[in-house]
Design a protein around this ligand. Structure first.
Ligand SMILES: [Zn+2]
Length: 393
């Protein structure tokens, strides 16, 4: 996640802190200061840090159980709105999802039970007063943990309750159907929150809107995964493309971008893949060093490559996780195709528009790859005054 800094590793999982979290600490500290001066600020900061420690333990609960079930956990990031554990793969076995989901709120229940003998029953949950001593801090923490435990059972994405509802439904119907039903329940609740917010508090309206959008996002993500599940890189990769040589000046790459719409270029030396050149690298290098810079100076000399047999769903996860935009596809040491986000989005668009669905896999043998090269004597590009935008849609 951008704008997050590493804090270290726990159980092999990278713990990261989003910089906006520091703004929250400063804000809460200032509120504490307004209530009770320097001491108030100190206790307020202690409270917000303790609450986030509990959230880390909650996320670790999810993560450690996920690891035990063979799901790789990439990182836990602390945001001002809570924690996010990023799983590399999504568990689609309902029992696994139930176990992973329950582990988080159970951690909050355990923390509350451990502290309860020292504090007595709290009077507030989630809505907290700033504490002014250790006893007050611990009592507030019990309330917060019980509040988090209850809050996470609201059956709406992105709360754990939404995942739990989906997993239980998935014991009876398909994963995708279960997601649609769980998302609809969540959106129904979101509308109730918004209506309640009109009467009680604007906070409910914000929460309702947030839940409504999260449900939609989850439904889309699952629909996409199910559409991508059975297709392989060979089914959707680009087979006609331009290659560059390491010695070519970047002017050639720019010309090829204008003329072909291709953004990333395999760099070939004879039959060997020598590197990978991205549009962003071309833009940055031309802006700082000019169009005569050779491709070899800015290409990635050791790019990750795909096999035509790789699952597209897996590739998509790598793209999302590692911010790779495109890949060369190699078979038996030979470059046979390119795959980028455009290939995937085009496939999804077609699948969603066609009725009935027609798979990408062609019934006839696919034609051999055609590899074109940019003529070195290419004319200057059309009179565009600006470079294309840096970020792809
Ligand atoms: Zn959770």
């Amino acid at each position: 996640m951008r704008w997050s800094v590493p804090l270290g590793r726990i159980f092999g999982i990278a713990l990261r802190l989003h910089v906006t979290f520091l703004l929250l600490v400063a804000f809460i500290g200032y509120q504490g200061y307004l209530v009770a001066g320097g001491r108030g600020a100190g206790w307020a900061v202690a409270l917000v840090c303790s609450v986030f420690a509990c959230i880390v333990i909650h996320e670790l609960g999810h993560s450690v159980v996920a690891q035990r079930l063979g799901v790789e956990v990439r990182s836990i990031t602390l945001l001002p709105i809570g924690g996010v554990a990023a799983l590399r793969t999504i568990p689609e076995n309902p029992w696994h999802e139930i176990a992973i989901t329950l582990a988080g709120p159970m951690m909050n229940l355990i923390i509350a039970c451990l502290l309860l003998p020292f504090t007595g029953w709290p009077t507030e949950f989630l809505l907290v007063h700033y504490p002014h001593d250790l006893a007050g801090l611990l009592k507030t923490l019990v309330g917060v943990n019980l509040g988090l435990f209850g809050f996470n059972f609201i059956p709406a994405f992105p709360m754990d309750g939404g995942r739990l509802l989906r997993a239980v439904l998935a014991l009876f119907v398909s994963y995708r159907r279960a997601t649609v039903v769980a998302a609809t329940v969540g959106q129904g609740l979101a509308i109730l929150f918004i209506v309640a917010g009109l009467k009680f508090s604007a906070m409910w309206i914000i929460l309702g809107a947030f839940i409504f959008l999260a449900a939609e996002g989850e439904e889309k993500a699952v629909k996409m995964r199910s559409l991508l599940r059975d297709i392989e890189v060979a089914d959707v990769m680009t087979r006609e493309f331009v290659t560059l040589t390491p010695q070519a000046p970047l002017r050639e790459a720019l010309t090829a971008m204008y003329r072909t719409g291709q953004d990333d270029f395999p760099v070939q030396e004879g039959d060997r893949l020598a590197g990978w050149l991205t549009r962003q690298a071309v833009i940055d290098a031309i802006n700082s060093h000019g169009e005569d810079t050779p491709v070899a100076a800015v290409m990635d000399a050791d790019p990750p490559v795909l096999s035509p047999r790789n699952k597209v769903s897996w590739v998509h996860e790598q793209m999302m996780a590692d911010h790779y935009q495109g890949f060369p596809v190699m078979e038996n040491g030979r470059l046979v195709g390119l795959l980028g986000p455009d290939n995937i989005s085009r496939y999804l668009l077609l699948q969603e528009s066609l009725k009935p669905k027609r798979p990408a896999r062609a019934p006839t043998p696919t034609p051999p790859p055609v590899i074109a090269a940019v003529p070195p004597t290419a004319a200057p590009p059309p009179p565009a005054t600006t470079l294309p935008p840096a970020d792809r849609a």
